[in-house]
Ligand binder design. Structure first.
Ligand code: ADP
Ligand code: MG
Length: 704
């Protein structure tokens, strides 16, 4: 086991803690390896005899690497990962122990399902749940100072077979999109394509702050964000942090992060400072979505772990600080085939590439028809704090295609064949020593929530702390739904080319309203969106209602991705989590106010009053002081009244399982919290810094 940073070049240790293809071949007899590969690549049943052989090889490898335990590693519906460590030790009759790890232990685990969010699917008295090995995502080793553990990615379901996790529906959606996309491809003559699968690259934004602040601020400790904090004199207006030079503290953190990620096979590729002070980003190279989703969880865990080693704290909250950018996760999504096609690659002559234009149109229709569902897939209590603010995309789903692609679709929609003067542009800067560049077919539009970026779609509404699984489950399934419709039409038509053209035209005419190439941050976009009939969904509580729509329920059922019961469970979990998070924030504010801020401002007020009296008795001019004391006294009075008001509203929070509680939290609790914060922040700006009991924004954000 090695905890220090490996000194060798990445190529020497990349994936050393992954039971990858090469390692499998070393530890599993060839015939069994071949059978396992067949199951991984083509699906099918994994027989227990094969599982026994694979488990033996895995155990041998893991123990050789220092592992003492294994765990089924899964993603329950609480947004985190779960693990229960079991040692490899098994007692013998003679009183000793041997190491044991059977195929059964590898493929199946049992767990108490009632202690994870289940939205009523599991009551405590019928608690059994199962974890099942997902052999399509590689097994890996987690190592830290405490030891080495073999982690087995698993799906998690209830005794009655309902999915209680993020992975199961994602895996089901892969089947749906594969089947439907492949059917359409056969009509274009691709008879040998054996698989269509989504690829995803998830860019991860995060904040790093000094760990010492965590101890001094209950809000950071309990909620991951600041619930108080006045605007510092400088935020990000100088645009000096984005891509800024990485200081040594941060770059040594990033170096170790890269090493840790490379060891577990995560292809961490880019790293840079982001727009807000103390904000950074990491992006891996894209991979199959199931693996990308598991690896994004590993990335988030590793960010926390490595930060602690550097006396830093990583904040994955979507909006840790007001007045500056929040953090998101950009989900770059494409569909590719086993024979090497990217279905969203326009090629050099996109106007002739009918397959590309049809696939693109399918996504346009899917995004417009199910925009409410996509909106929900990115909604959470914490992401509500971000969407619509600063750099975040607005809370309205629209698509950016870029002018070239849009012009092609427009031309088809108007009945013409070829757009006028379409040509890839070459940029010449007029300086002989600078290269001449081919310009991309679409510009960047940072304000669009769903942007076509050359040969993939970048969905930017995801929150930084979210699992990417469900968003991709939704993307895959809604695309499958539209493709299945398209297939039915094409199969029944007489003239294939004409029908493809007609479908593209109709989609553009019926769903073109979702395309918006303009500035999504502009004030008039919301009214324009409403005029177009696009849903404007400001928060999670409103967004959740889409799960009750029969179109959504039927669509998920059609492709066996979600049962109605699972969707209702999700609905309950979303609202329950919303209410609980709101309640925790309110209670944290109350504690901070009563035990830290109020005592501090009262002490300051007392000191100022004494000073006023002393100055007065010395016969000096005291007007300026009286004004100040009066002002502080008035703010303190407001603070006390607003604390009491928030306490009263908090006391009125009902049963978390009742969806009405979430509405109450949104409509009554959040405004009370905002008011209280506003008053506290005004006081922070006026009170002697020596009295202020918690670190301020300038201390937290600018001490890199
Ligand atoms: P930017 O910040 O310009 O969006 P990044 O390099 O930070 O670019 O991230 C782009 C992400 O998109 C990376 O994770 C990259 O691997 C991924 N990506 C690139 N091509 C594809 C593709 N065809 N399908 C899915 N993801 C892709
Ligand atoms: Mg980026």
């Amino acid at each position: 086991m090695r905890n220090d940073q490996p000194s060798a070049y990445p190529i020497d240790f990349f994936g050393e803690n992954v039971f990858d293809d090469e390692t499998m071949q070393r530890y599993i007899p060839f015939e069994s390896y071949r059978q396992l590969k067949e199951v991984i690549e083509q699906g099918g049943q994994l027989h227990s005899s094969l599982a026994d052989v694979v488990a033996e090889g895995m155990k041998e490898w893991a123990i050789a690497k220092g592992a003492t335990h294994y765990t089924h590693w899964f993603q329950p519906l609480n947004g985190f990962t779960a693990e229960k460590h079991e040692s490899f030790i098994s007692p013998t009759e003679g009183g000793g122990v041997i190491t044991a790890f059977s195929g059964k232990m590898l493929i199946k685990g049992e767990s108490d399902a009632s202690s994870f969010p289940s939205g009523g699917l599991r009551a405590t008295f019928e608690a059994r749940g199962y974890t099942m090995w997902d052999c399509t995502s590689p097994v890996f080793l987690k190592e830290d100072k405490s030891g080495v553990t073999l982690c087995i990615p698993t799906a998690f379901c209830s005794y009655t077979g309902e999915a209680l996790d993020e992975k199961t529906p994602l895996l089901r959606s892969l089947v749906a999109v594969d089947e439907q996309a492949r059917k359409v491809l056969t009509l274009f003559g691709h008879l040998d394509t054996r698989r269509v699968s989504p690829s995803v690259g998830a860019e991860q934004e995060y904040f790093l702050i000094d760990r010492s602040h965590l101890k001094k601020r209950l809000d950071l400790k309990f909620t991951g964000r600041t619930l108080f904090g006045a605007r510092p004199p400088k935020c990000q207006e100088l645009e000096d942090h984005y891509y800024g030079n990485l200081n040594e503290k941060i770059s040594s953190f990033m170096k170790e992060l890269d090493y840790e990620l490379w060891k577990v096979g995560v292809t961490a590729k880019t790293k840079h400072n982001e727009a807000a002070p103390s904000q950074h980003e990491l992006a891996p190279v894209f991979s199959a979505v199931n693996i990308a989703a598991d690896q994004n969880q590993i990335i988030m865990e590793t960010l926390h772990k490595v930060a602690a080693r550097h006396d830093l704290c990583c904040l994955l909250h979507e909006k840790p600080f007001d007045y500056i950018n929040g953090s998101g996760k950009h989900n770059n999504w494409s569909l590719s085939t086993d024979d090497g096609q990217n279905l969203f690659e326009p090629g050099n002559t996109p106007y002739e590439n009918m397959q590309f234009l049809l696939m693109l149109s399918a996504v346009i229709k899917a995004v417009d028809e199910y925009s409410g569902l996509l909106r929900l897939a990115t909604a959470s209590y914490t992401n509500d704090c971000r969407l619509g603010g600063y750099e975040a995309p607005p809370a309205i789903i629209s698509m950016f295609l870029g002018s070239d692609i849009q012009r092609i679709l427009e031309t088809i929609a108007s009945g013409d064949q070829k757009p006028e003067g379409y040509q890839r542009k070459v940029m010449d800067m007029g300086v002989g020593t600078l290269p001449k560049l081919h310009v991309d077919s679409s510009d960047r539009n940072r304000t669009s929530p769903f942007a076509f970026t050359g040969n993939k779609f970048e969905f930017r509404m995801l929150g930084s702390s979210m699992s990417i699984s469900w968003v991709n489950t939704v993307l895959n399934t809604i695309t499958a739904d539209v493709l299945s419709e398209i297939y039915d039409r094409l199969r029944a038509c007489r003239d294939f080319d004409l029908e493809v053209n007609a479908i593209i035209r109709e989609i553009y005419q019926d769903h073109g309203r979702i395309i918006f190439n303009g500035n999504g941050y502009a004030g008039d976009w919301e009214s324009e969106a409403r005029r177009r009939g696009l849903p404007v969904v400001p928060d999670t509580v409103s967004a959740a209602e889409v799960l009750k729509s029969s179109a959504v329920i039927d669509m998920f059922a059609k492709f066996s991705v979600h049962s109605k019961e699972e969707l209702m469970a999700r609905y309950e979990i979303i609202l329950e989590t919303y209410s609980k998070k709101a309640a925790i924030e309110a209670k944290t504010m109350l504690t901070m106010c009563r035990r830290q801020i109020l005592p501090a401002v009262r002490a300051y007020l007392a000191q100022q009053s004494r000073q006023l009296a002393d100055t007065q008795s010395a016969g000096l001019d005291v007007d300026y002081l009286r004004v100040h004391v009066d002002e502080i006294a008035a703010l303190v009075r407001s603070l006390i009244a607003q604390t009491d008001a928030l306490a009263a509203v908090t006391a009125g929070i009902g049963d978390y399982c009742d969806p009405a509680t979430a509405t109450y939290c949104r409509d009554a609790l959040l405004p009370a919290m905002r008011q209280l914060r506003h008053t506290a922040d005004c006081l922070e700006e006026k009170v002697d810094a020596r009295f202020w009991p918690i670190p301020t924004y300038d201390e937290i954000l600018f001490d890199e």
